[in-house]
Design a binder for this molecule. Structure first.
Ligand SMILES: NC(=O)c1ccc[n+]([C@@H]2O[C@H](COP(=O)([O-])OP(=O)(O)OC[C@H]3O[C@@H](n4cnc5c(N)ncnc54)[C@H](O)[C@@H]3O)[C@@H](O)[C@H]2O)c1
Length: 344
């Protein structure tokens, strides 16, 4: 690494989301943004101006930047369809990669990207910023302690009427691929279980402002006998849920509800024997962890791992299981049949 051991980094895809990345990096003196790339050069120039990155190379082509200067890491903030091309270019040039979700636009591409990262001996990790939130960490810790017994059933609801404009209005499987990836990844994190199979119904509600299906229902069979259901829509006006979903977790001895924000409640059996049991509320204790901070938390962890030679929590080799839930759901919706989920 050059420049007093700073991690020399190029950001590709200077659109809406990239501002959160560059804002996070501002607080990291050991990271240097040496290049900004976008197919629209003006977008890269604008980010350079907005973040006072006067010395950064501006380009429309990642390869030429990587050929011009030594680069340690690449941020992939492009649209999902470009993730494969950009990540592969970066890995083949010997760079570590931190990518926006989803990991890839197909399982074939995802497997090829993982194999390339392994061959290159580089870190390839995915931003799943909704994991890096104190509220989800608190629920995860509580569930793992089995205060409600072993989990049997998990439900999540996502209803937001999102008028984005831009690429999402025209994207196929927009809800499953661009949003449910967060929820499915959260379901894996919260249950500690992996997906086995899925049955999914996807549709575009009447009057939708999306070109393709923006609503979905999915039933997942998970390891440990857990059944996980997802109901979601990006085309639902009124009474929105949080972006983190409304959740219900049912264990053998009680239940937890979580609104995705600060409302978390747990109830367990106090006495049984009648038609219904007697219940008591129990506390969900606060939980201290370093793994918080959304994008900034994940970006910090990525650089720590580069420096220590360790692997991030959201490494692609694990994240591919969440992606497999998305593509399993898509395959089921297209075929009308339940499908087994594989990622190998
Ligand atoms: N983690 C989150 O919470 C979150 C939130 C929003 C978006 N995202 C993800 O961030 C990514 C970008 O979303 P956005 O909202 O910033 O989109 P955007 O359209 O605002 O920005 C994408 C940018 O990438 C550029 N681009 C496209 N193809 C390129 C290529 N081949 N080479 C170089 N540049 C290219 C576009 O010109 C555009 O400037 C998506 O994968 C999206 O799913 C994540």
């Amino acid at each position: 690494m050059q420049s007093q051991n700073k991690v020399r980094t190029v950001l590709v895809g200077c659109g809406g989301m990239s501002a959160a990345w560059l804002e996070a990096v501002r607080t990291m003196p050991d990271v240097e943004i040496v290049g900004l790339v976008d197919i629209f050069e003006e977008a890269a120039h604008k980010k350079a101006r907005d973040f006072q990155l006067d010395g950064a190379i501006i380009s429309t082509d990642l390869s030429s930047v990587l050929d011009q200067t030594q680069v340690d890491a690449v941020f992939n903030c492009t649209i999902p369809e470009a993730h494969y091309e950009i990540t592969m270019t970066a890995l083949k040039h010997g760079c570590h990669v931190l990518s926006e979700k989803p990991l890839a636009d197909s399982m074939e591409h995802a497997r090829e990207m993982l194999a390339t990262a392994e061959k290159a001996g580089k870190i390839f990790s995915v931003i799943q910023n909704r994991r890096y939130d104190p509220a989800i960490r608190r629920v995860q810790h509580f569930l793992a302690a089995q205060k409600i017994g072993e989990l049997t059933t998990v439900n999540s609801d996502f209803y937001i009427g999102a008028h984005f404009g831009g690429f999402r209005d025209h994207m196929e499987h927009v809800l499953l691929l661009d949003m449910a990836i967060h929820t499915f990844d959260a379901a894996r994190m919260l249950t500690g279980a992996d997906p086995i199979s899925v049955y999914c119904k996807e549709w575009n509600p009447r009057g939708s402002w999306y070109d393709h299906d923006a609503s979905a229902l999915a039933i997942f069979e998970m390891t440990d006998g857990i059944v996980y259901t997802y109901r979601g829509s990006w085309c639902a006006e009124g009474l929105p849920t949080s972006w983190e979903c409304d959740w219900r977790f049912i264990g053998q001895q009680g239940s937890v509800i979580w609104d995705g924000g600060s409302r978390q409640q747990a109830q367990i059996v106090k006495a049984s024997g009648g038609f219904t049991s007697e219940y008591q509320d129990i506390d969900i204790p606060a939980y201290e962890t370093q793994s918080i901070g959304g994008h900034a938390g994940l970006i910090r962890e990525f650089f720590t791992c580069i420096q220590n030679g360790t692997q991030p929590e959201t490494r692609a080799t694990d994240n591919i299981k969440s992606l497999a839930m998305v593509f399993g759901a898509i395959e089921s919706a297209e075929s009308g049949q339940p499908v087994n989920i594989t990622w190998k």
